[in-house]
Each structure stands twice: as structure tokens, then as C-alpha cells.
Design a binder for this molecule. Structure first.
Ligand code: PGA
Length: 249
């Protein structure tokens, strides 16, 4: 299975960051390792420019969010078909920051992912437990519930990536134990199997996210059911992003 390394810039960047894909290619010496797919995910305003520069460097691009409606009176929002129109290949749905700060429920995330599928793109659907939920032994149930609620019936192994991001590991420098990551990714595959069958479960990429850095990427990406990383902070600097991509190869 391909390995998907996505850089989620969050609310960072400027117009001239459209040169980052070519800067990354220079860091990589002109080649992305075989079977590694690199995705730039800038703020919505910059998706069009980034998609162009990423595609011309042989890389991919995505948006961080979209509305589930096709269009209409939704001031400030951007639809999935607008992301596709700007040549996005992916849209993140239900990042934990959106769940926590912008009230996104599993149902909203499911509707967004469906809109992404209908617009012909791949949804990166984020799930993850809080520290409190992990410490009280609820992590498996929380993840099962989020998967059941957030994955639309249209989910296939082609149009969906699941990103497992323990909330307490995002932007904190804390990384989950390797055993816990391996266990949770296997659990996610089991849950997907129950809902969508064996083929989808075995072929659907599952990314890990939360403080992935050059220093820890190799051991995380070597785990059996880990098929990539959703990288925040370390994707802002092309030297560290390139080091993570090399670790995936
Ligand atoms: P981080 O963010 O790598 O800065 O922890 C990951 C994410 O939120 O996707």
C-alpha cells in the first residue's frame, strides 16, 4: 500500500508559500521515495495556488475543511466542489481542532466526507481520543463510535483515508507509545471490516498524527498498520518535512 505523508499547515502560511513544493523537491534531491505520496494542505485561500505548484512538482494537495452543502447562503464557508474546482485532491474532515473548537459532530463530519466523495476527492477523516478517555480505558470504544458515526456509506479504500490522531498528542510534542499506535490501528481496521468488509479494511490507508517529527517518523511509519502520517508543525519547514518523507521511503 502507498504511504501518505500529508502536511497540514493549519492557519499558517502566506501566498508566497506556493513555492514550498519545489523547495521540498530540492530538499529531496528531486525524487520522492517510491510508494510515498506527499500532500500539501494549506489554508483554503491558498489551495488553488498550492494545488498548481504541488501538481507541477508531481505532488498532491488538499483542503483542511469544507462545508457539506453544495452552495448557497453560508457566509464564510467553502464547499467540497469548490475545493475540487481549485484542484484539491483531498479534504480533511473532522480534524480534532474542528471537533473541539468549531463544534463538529460525527454527523457533520460524515456529511462533509460524503460531500468530498461526491465531488470526486478523497476524504481524510480524523478520529482520536482525549487523554481523559485514554486514561479511563475508553479509547477503543471512543474510536469505534467515531468511526461508526463519521464514515459515510460511500466510503471505499480509494476515496477515504483515516487519520488516527490522539488529541493529547497533537501539537504537544507527546507521541503515543508505539504499542498503543499499533494496537489502535489494528482496532481501526477491525472496525472498518465490520462496517465495510474485508477488502476495504485491508486496503484503506490509516495515517497516524500527533507530533510526528523527523526523529520519530521512521519507527512510527514502520508499524504494520500505519500507512502514513498527518503532520502539523513539522510540515511548515521543508527540511523537516523532507526528513519525514525520507523516513517513509
Ligand atoms: P502536529 O499536528 O504534528 O503539530 O502535532 C498534527 C495534526 O494536527 O494533524
Amino acid at each position: 500500500m502507498d504511504c501518505y505523508i500529508a502536511g497540514n499547515w493549519k492557519m499558517n502560511g502566506r501566498h508566497d508559500w506556493a513555492i514550498k513544493p519545489s523547495a521540498l523537491m530540492s530538499e529531496l534531491g528531486g525524487d520522492v521515495p517510491d510508494n510515498v505520496r506527499v500532500i500539501f494542505i494549506p489554508p483554503a485561500l491558498y489551495v488553488g495556488d498550492l494545488a498548481k505548484s504541488a501538481h507541477s512538482a508531481g505532488l498532491l494537495a488538499g483542503a483542511q475543511n469544507c462545508h457539506f452543502e453544495e452552495g448557497g447562503a453560508f457566509t464564510g464557508e467553502v464547499s467540497a466542489s469548490m475545493c475540487a474546482d481549485c484542484e484539491a485532491d483531498f479534504v480533511i474532515c473532522g480534524h480534532s481542532e474542528r471537533r473541539a473548537m468549531f463544534g463538529e459532530t460525527d454527523e457533520i463530519v460524515r456529511k462533509k466526507a460524503l460531500a468530498v466523495h461526491e465531488a470526486g476527492m478523497t476524504a481524510i477523516i480524523c478520529i482520536g481520543e482525549t487523554l481523559e478517555q485514554r486514561e479511563s480505558g475508553e479509547a477503543n470504544d471512543v474510536i469505534a463510535g467515531q468511526l461508526k458515526g463519521s464514515l459515510p456509506a460511500s466510503t471505499t479504500s480509494i476515496n477515504t483515508i483515516i487519520a488516527y490522531e490522539p488529541v493529547w498528542a497533537i501539537g504537544t510534542g507527546k507521541v503515543a507509545e508505539l504499542d498503543d499506535i499499533a494496537q489502535m490501528h489494528a482496532h481501526i481496521r477491525e472496525c472498518v471490516k465490520v462496517e465495510f468488509g474485508e477488502y476495504t479494511s485491508e486496503n484503506l490507508p490509516i495515517q497516524y498524527g500527533g507530533s510526528v517529527k523527523p526523529g520519530n517518523a521512521k519507527e512510527i511509519l514502520a508499524l504494520k498498520d500505519v500507512n502514513g502520517a498527518l503532520v502539523g508543525g513539522a510540515s511548515l519547514d521543508m527540511e523537516s518535512f523532507a526528513a519525514i518523507i525520507m523516513a517513509a521511503g
